[in-house]
Design a protein around this ligand. Structure first.
Ligand code: NAD
Length: 161
């Protein structure tokens, strides 16, 4: 998986493009690194306007710099006000929201009997509460625009055993 992400990031300028994302407005969480960054770069290459959101502002600024456009926002996906404000700011700037990618995630991998309750709650908070808050904020806009612009929400997650 990491090899594929790194290959995508290093071959950004040579990735095959398609017109499917042209003119779409896409909000990607956790876009400062890894899979989220790869999604943001690929969407941009395919003609979308991307809002790159991450708890680490420097990392999303770098993503936006590499994409040569779009918006970098510091957003903690577990903070309802921050999520709502970021989605509202995106809609204010671009007029609509076509795709919400709930990608921000923490992986604190450990056997259950060794995992602290504190770390369990951190993972649940970012991966699940974050996805809920981003979905809720996005749906409030997506239902307003649904007759004009059908929209999608995409969830990225992991399963470990
Ligand atoms: N790496 C893998 O092998 C793999 C495989 C399948 C699925 N996934 C899933 O893909 C998603 C991204 O994984 P990745 O490997 O790219 O991880 P990553 O650590 O490279 O990226 C995660 C990003 O989320 C950001 N983030 C963390 N907490 C946040 C918060 N509260 N608010 C906003 N942003 C926050 C981080 O700053 C980081 O930029 C995760 O949900 C992960 O579970 C990863």
């Amino acid at each position: 998986m990491f090899k594929r992400i790194n290959k995508l990031l290093s071959n950004f300028s040579t990735i095959q493009t398609s017109s499917i994302m042209k003119n779409k407005v896409c909000f990607v969480t956790g876009a400062g690194s890894g899979i989220g960054k790869a999604i943001a770069l690929k969407y941009t290459l395919n003609g979308a306007t991307v809002i790159s959101a991450d708890i680490n502002l420097d990392s999303v600024k770098q993503t936006v710099k590499e994409m040569n456009g779009g918006l970098a926002l510091k957003v903690d996906v577990t903070n309802e006000n921050q999520v709502n404000e970021a989605v509202a700011e995106s809609v204010k700037q671009y007029g609509r929201l076509d795709v919400m990618v709930c990608n921000a995630g923490l992986q604190l991998i450990s056997p259950v009997h060794e995992l602290s309750y504190e770390n369990w709650k951190k993972v649940i908070s970012v991966n699940l509460d974050g996805a809920f808050l981003c979905s809720k904020a996005a749906l409030n806009q997506m239902y307003i625009q649904e007759n004009k612009f059908p929209a999608s929400i995409i969830y990225i997650g992991s399963v470990h055993r």
